[in-house]
Design a protein around this ligand. Sequence first.
Ligand SMILES: Nc1nc2c(c(=O)[nH]1)N[C@H]1C(S)=C(S)[C@@H](COP(=O)(O)O)O[C@H]1N2
Ligand SMILES: [Mo]
Length: 362
Amino acid sequence: MTTQPVELTVHSSQPYNAEPPRSALADHDLTPLDAFYHRNHAPERPRIDPATWTLRVDGMVERPATFSLGALRERFREHTEVVTLQCAGNRRAGLMAVADLPGETPWGPGATGTARWAGVRLADVLREVGVEPGASDVVLAGADLPEESDGGPYEVSVPLEKALAPEVLLAWSMDDAPLPAAHGAPVRVVVPGWIGARSVKWLERVTVADGPSHGHHQAVAYRLLPADASPAPGRGVPLGPIAVNADVLAPDDDAEVAAGPVRVSGYALAGGERTVVRVDVSVDGGATWRQADLEPQAGRWSWRLWHTELDLPAGTTRVTARAWDSAAGVQPADPAELWNPKGYVNNAWAHVTLHASARDDG
Ligand SMILES: Nc1nc2c(c(=O)[nH]1)N[C@H]1C(S)=C(S)[C@@H](COP(=O)(O)O)O[C@H]1N2
Ligand SMILES: [Mo]
């Protein structure tokens, strides 16, 4: 079998923001590396020499410390997790169809992907330095300098409770190979179940604090605002755990298929601690549903692939999918209900339109 190189849709080159077509994500537990989306905020990717790179761990800790890559490897045990990353802006194009979002990247379905990440537990590093009483958040800073950050680095935070969870990694490996520079080498954070923005690439500093980061990407961006509000520091709710979401990945939107049995497949992802329990598929706009078959999950923190076979009549059919999570959360029908001024968390029902031609049986 030959594999075609994947052509990414490049939304911008500086910062580099690019996503694969949905078909490149279909039916892979682990997203092929060349189909993994790129989401950046700084115009330049930082250049880091792994030989001289260090991680500073400070703030409300008993023994502030600096670790080289070698020291991290020696001092702590390596752990591996299969984790799906998903940008909070994934599927924003669906919100832009409701009302424009000037200046925001019009992400389609591809700002998500799954990889096997290996590295050390952030919890192990925090235990080594000793968290002081009264600490509530862990600030994570990269080496890149987004313009919005006022000369500072890309910086966000996660609550201490999540930072201490065993699934949160400081990862140096992606799919059993060294972490690529584009995905944050030498070391990035991976925060399973949380929006991609918290998984800081090119990590340089971990600061234990008694409140969240004041960085732009924590205090202003990646917050959910009511439709009539405008972004300002501290306004709205900081996005953390991902909301249940799903998409159809194959066939592609607007694909031509032969009438008759057609295999339709996609993914579903439950955020936070939740799991995907059911995926429904409809060919009548949600009036009636059937249940798709769920594949086993590649890992506790990865998406769940699903598939079903539809018997398509000749003509155009709009296929709709929606997922349910273990808290009985279900995707809302309409992106108009979700529209928000920064265009985050479009988890409305997924659709593709298929054009079936009558079979030529000769
Ligand atoms: N240092 C740094 N980390 C970052 C970002 C960034 O711009 N700088 N972008 C974040 C966002 S919004 C997402 S969705 C993911 C994207 O990771 P990827 O480019 O490896 O797919 O990285 C996150 N970590
Ligand atoms: Mo993101």
